[in-house]
Design a protein around this ligand. Sequence first.
Ligand SMILES: NC(=O)c1ccc[n+]([C@@H]2O[C@H](COP(=O)([O-])OP(=O)(O)OC[C@H]3O[C@@H](n4cnc5c(N)ncnc54)[C@H](OP(=O)(O)O)[C@@H]3O)[C@@H](O)[C@H]2O)c1
Length: 266
Amino acid sequence: MMAKIDLAGKPIAITGASSGIGAATALACTRAGMPVALAARRTDKLKAICKAITDAGGKAIAVECDVTKPEDCERLIDETVEAFGSVYSVFANAGYGAKHDLLDTPEATLREMFETNFFGAINTIRPAAELMKEQQSGHILICTSCLSALPTPGYSIYSATKSAQHHIGRALGVELADNGIHVTTIHPVRTRTEFFDTMRERQGASGRDETKGQPPGKVARRVVRVLQKPRPEVWMSEPTRRMMLWAAHLPRVTNRYIFGRHKKPM
Ligand SMILES: NC(=O)c1ccc[n+]([C@@H]2O[C@H](COP(=O)([O-])OP(=O)(O)OC[C@H]3O[C@@H](n4cnc5c(N)ncnc54)[C@H](OP(=O)(O)O)[C@@H]3O)[C@@H](O)[C@H]2O)c1
């Protein structure tokens, strides 16, 4: 059996670290002894999390980064190396969702989601992977979703971005295996973060999202565990994974009995 990797001193860069899963993962990685580079657009939030980490004796830097800009992602990797000497891992986590029927969606909205969720992940991964190839070691993590497995009405664009992330993650893992680089796709189910508030805001709805979900710390702990014992995929709910795969393989039944009966507004 493969020995557990000691993460102490191994730097990680995390996008979407100003809230939710990214912020929780930064804290969990710090507890495992990893220096952390936190990246997002809201630097006030990043700086507050950095301060909490450094006050507790950890190592952290905040890097302003819009993942749709390749030059920001390159700077994230450069600043991580400058601060901590190398990059062992990168977590392409930044992303958002929105509910749209395809034909009601303006072209710009559709492209914007792919720019952040899909191309943003590639922008993040590319400069890190180049460095990892030189090091002949590293671990790339991509935050996709349980929806990666199932085209979902109202969320077809979001689930397409997540499916695309899943596909590149799985393939990249094989392409980079000879370089000593692991690749893992993370598939959360509903998680209590700002995700659903952002989604409501984007759709012009007021108020906070009050629905329940798993705490982001639960995803963060699984991220640390997979860094210690690498594998290609982490699904946060095995029953959901089975249900999604079953539904994807039985389109007529799914369309009629699952999607047909749950066509309700958000
Ligand atoms: N919550 C769920 O139920 C759920 C389920 C499945 C998958 N996921 C996935 O989990 C990931 C994290 O989401 P979350 O649930 O933690 O939601 P969240 O709390 O809303 O966090 C999203 C993060 O992405 C960042 N972000 C968005 N656009 C960005 C951009 N252009 N450049 C840089 N950063 C950007 C945001 O930071 P700034 O606004 O400060 O830039 C924020 O830190 C996403 O990829 C999401 O698709 C979430």
